[in-house]
Ligand binder design. Structure first.
Ligand SMILES: Cc1cc2nc3c(=O)[nH]c(=O)nc-3n(C[C@H](O)[C@H](O)[C@H](O)COP(=O)(O)OP(=O)(O)OC[C@H]3O[C@@H](n4cnc5c(N)ncnc54)[C@H](O)[C@@H]3O)c2cc1C
Length: 539
């Protein structure tokens, strides 16, 4: 078989490389560039392809820092959701810094909604005792993403759109304490280049695409976690996957998130029988919710409780979805507050207000990830700090969420922790520091283009089926063990293809998805008690 050499491999050098263009990556790149650093931002599709851009509900934070009672309540709600596994110091410090960082977003130009009295229109979501979530209608993430992209374009940043990070370049193989040299990236034409830097910031977001039904965009394949793992970086709490209980369930369509804020505004979860009974009675709608007998907060209980209750109801009834009922609410107000949801429903011939919304749980957020210290620096397998390597945003595990994330705490975590990591990354990239790596090139031996893409497609579907059927909301030992064996088989197959072919984007993703799936399954098998989002019927 003829072997083709890479002819146009390039080596580029920057002070810092940021991978990812969601809230974390954009904040980092803008911050570094403002301090005069030479920065490259690598993002695998377009800048706005990110979970950030899809966030609806908002960002949690107590803005009045003198209101100790409210701050304590936010801390308590976060700890309660985390089910004993949060790092309390991290929780306290993040909640205390919320006001400053949200103000920074406002200074950048994000205009959060205000009520008629001029104050911020704060809303409440599941698990929150108080109204403390700032939002921009139901498109908060798009407002943040759009504003930060504008700021990015004002700075001197090299933007590599359509470039995909493949693997970290280490100073010395098998010696993470020596630090990082940069990253290999696949360009849009399929060539791999070396990008050298003193600081590398992974801001690659989540991994919802490991599951068949997810609210996440297509870019969420866990790449940052897998790249870090291959470079001996520690991961933590990988078993805690948040399933959102209310994703729009339309046959054959990608699940679309119906924000929890709609339940905050009074929407009630019911079965179709419950809805029928409600319509025939003069009692309040919450009397007919299946959530009423499960949690005193009813439809506004935390996501894990609502999602598991819904899962049980669906398994019992064999129905494909339950209903989110809004017919008792003012339709005009709903449409004005939730224009994105209203437009999406209209596409399917449903009207927000009068029509019940069919919903089902879908994979939404990965609580665990790359273990980082208080400055966003990655830890090695042995627990040492990995020089020059940072992880920020959803890809990182900071200790804030513990075993479960409180709604709207993730955008908050991303801006607070990115701000802290930025300070340290500025030190790592002071101009007098030289990176003496030489010129590492991607795999010395040339490789052929991948001849057949069909096996990759089939393996990706198989992986999503395994993860959805056996590593979902409700787990069992036998199913986890079966999933472990099957994913291992897929991993070995991909490894064989990887060693013999030139990387394609789909191959890179599948390689990463198989590694992250194994990390989730191994962590779920190791967890011996039910806590937070981990729920195993055999425990
Ligand atoms: C539908 C939806 C609604 C949500 N609503 C809320 C909410 O209301 N409040 C809240 O707090 N949180 C919410 N979340 C969660 C929150 O949006 C995310 O946790 C947060 O935006 C993550 O930001 P990030 O910067 O870490 O990653 P993302 O915004 O996901 O960005 C990741 C970036 O990395 C890039 N990338 C990935 N892999 C590679 C690679 N190999 N090479 C190059 N680039 C790569 C992607 O293309 C993307 O640009 C929601 C999430 C979803 C999906």
């Amino acid at each position: 078989m003829p072997v083709r050499q890479y002819m146009v491999q390039r080596v580029m050098q920057f002070d810092a490389v940021v991978v990812g263009s969601g809230i974390a990556g954009l904040t980092m790149a803008v911050g570094l560039a403002r301090e005069g650093r030479d920065v490259a931002l690598v993002t695998k599709k377009q800048l706005e392809d990110s979970s950030t851009n899809w966030a609806q509900g908002g960002i949690a934070g107590v803005l009045d820092t003198t209101n100790e009672e409210s701050i304590e309540k936010h801390i308590q709600d976060t700890l309660d959701a985390g089910d004993g596994l949060c790092d309390e110091d991290v929780v306290r410090s993040v909640v205390l810094e919320a006001a400053d960082r949200i103000q920074s977003l406002i200074n950048e130009g994000v205009i959060f909604d205000r009520a008629s009295d001029g104050n911020f229109d704060l809303v409440k979501e599941g698990g929150h005792q108080e109204k403390r979530i700032l939002h921009v209608k139901d498109r908060t993430g798009a407002a943040i993403e759009g504003t930060l992209i504008k700021r990015l374009h004002e700075e001197n940043v090299t933007i590599l759109e359509g470039w995909m990070a493949v693997d970290l370049i280490l100073q010395k193989q098998n010696s993470p304490e020596e630090g990082i040299s940069g990253i290999w990236c696949l360009d849009p034409e399929g060539e791999v280049h070396s990008i050298i830097s003193n600081a590398l910031i992974l801001a690659t977001g989540g991994a919802g695409k490991l599951w068949r039904e997810t609210t996440n965009p297509s870019v969420a394949t866990g790449d940052g976690i897998a790249m870090a793992h291959r470079a001996s970086v520690k991961t933590k709490h990988m078993e805690f996957i948040q399933f959102h209980p209310t994703a729009l369930a339309m046959p054959g369509k990608q699940p679309f998130l119906i924000t929890e804020a709609l339940r905050g505004a009074g929407a009630i979860l019911m079965t179709s029988e419950g809805l029928q009974e409600y319509r025939e009675s003069d009692k309040k709608p919450e009397h007919f919710s299946f959530m009423r007998s499960i949690d005193s907060r009813g439809s506004l209980a935390t996501r894990d409780i609502v999602a598991r209750a819904t899962d049980r109801i669906l398994k019992q009834s064999g129905e494909p979805h339950v209903l989110l009922v809004t017919e008792h609410l003012n339709p005009e107000e709903l449409k004005s507050k939730f224009p994105t949801i209203s437009q999406r429903l209209a596409k399917y011939g449903l009207e927000l207000g009068p029509d019940p919304i069919p919903v089902t749980p879908a994979a939404h957020y990965i609580v665990g990830g790359i273990e980082v210290d208080s400055k966003g620096q990655c830890k090695t397998f042995e627990g040492a700090t990995y020089k020059g390597l940072f992880a920020v945003g959803e890809v990182a595990c900071t200790g804030l969420h513990g075993a479960n994330r409180l709604a709207s705490n993730s955008l908050l975590e991303a801006i607070v922790m990115t701000h802290r990591a930025l300070k340290k990354a500025l030190v790592e990239t002071e101009k007098n520091q030289e990176n003496d790596t030489g010129v590492p090139l991607w795999r010395a031996k040339g490789l052929d283009n991948l001849r057949e893409h069909a096996p990759i497609k089939a393996d990706r579907q198989a992986l999503q089926t395994i993860m959805s059927d056996d590593v979902g909301l409700v787990r069992r030992n036998e199913r986890l063990q079966r999933a472990q064996r099957k994913i291992l088989h897929i991993t070995e197959e991909i490894d064989r293809i990887w060693r013999s072919s030139k990387p394609s984007r789909k191959l890179v993703e599948l390689r990463n998805m198989s590694i992250v799936s194994s990390l989730v399954i191994d962590a779920a098998i190791s967890r011996k008690e039910n806590v937070g989002l981990h729920y195993n019927l055999d425990q």
